[in-house]
Design a protein around this ligand. Structure first.
Ligand code: SIN
Length: 199
């Protein structure tokens, strides 16, 4: 089952006239930045939670045996941390192709993690926020799988594999990348622990 979002995303012209703008990655875009970017910064968005609820029929699974990859679900007050990249509009065609299995471009406020120098710990750092882009797979896309018991999701991830590699590699790379960012995501770590048990 596929739902190719390229046509739809191509009509989104919001950033076309910008020299550059920010893309927020919360899944494989954190650990597999295989596109050109001008700079990257740890960042977060609010009112969204990361969940392994999106089916992957093209990268980490097949149409017959889809894998599970992350999308975001709306949750008031929740905070999702990831990596933001400053990109040019020319990069969007490559990203649209990569994210074509159900993901739509969506505008969100992106908050940057502030780096404070050791010399200046007493001064509060002003919060920085920009309007940027995410790729979001909503429940109405054809590849959406939705919630399932954690054990069932882990079982599916442990066994699925597709043209981009195994589904467990996707999950464990994400777990590692979040650890490196100093981010705790209980959904990701619980699934990773279960998948490691089945390995
Ligand atoms: C993202 O990483 O921001 C989108 C989901 C994915 O490609 O894994």
């Amino acid at each position: 089952m596929t739902f190719d979002t390229r046509g739809h995303n191509g009509q989104m012209t919001h950033f076309d006239q910008h020299d550059s703008f920010w893309l927020f990655g919360y899944g494989s875009l954190i650990w597999k930045a295989d596109f050109a970017y001008l700079e990257s910064r740890p960042a977060w968005i609010v009112d969204w939670s990361r969940r392994f609820w999106q089916g992957s029929h093209d990268h980490r699974g097949t149409p017959q045996a889809p894998g599970r990859v992350v999308t975001l679900v709306a949750e008031r007050g929740a905070r999702c941390s990831g990596m933001a990249y400053r990109i040019t509009p020319a990069v969007l065609a490559q990203l649209d192709l990569r994210e074509k299995n159900g993901y739509l471009r969506e505008l969100v406020p992106i908050h940057f993690v502030q780096q404070q120098t050791t010399l200046d710990r007493a001064t509060p750092v002003p919060e920085q926020r920009v309007e940027g882009l995410i790729y979001l797979a909503t429940p109405d896309n054809a590849a959406f799988l939705g919630e399932a018991p954690l054990n069932d999701m882990a079982e599916q991830i442990a066994h699925a594999t597709g043209p981009s590699g195994s589904n467990s590699e996707y999950l464990l790379n994400l777990e590692r990348a979040l650890q490196e960012l100093g981010v705790t995501d209980l959904h990701v770590s619980a699934l990773a622990a279960l998948v490691k048990q089945t390995a």
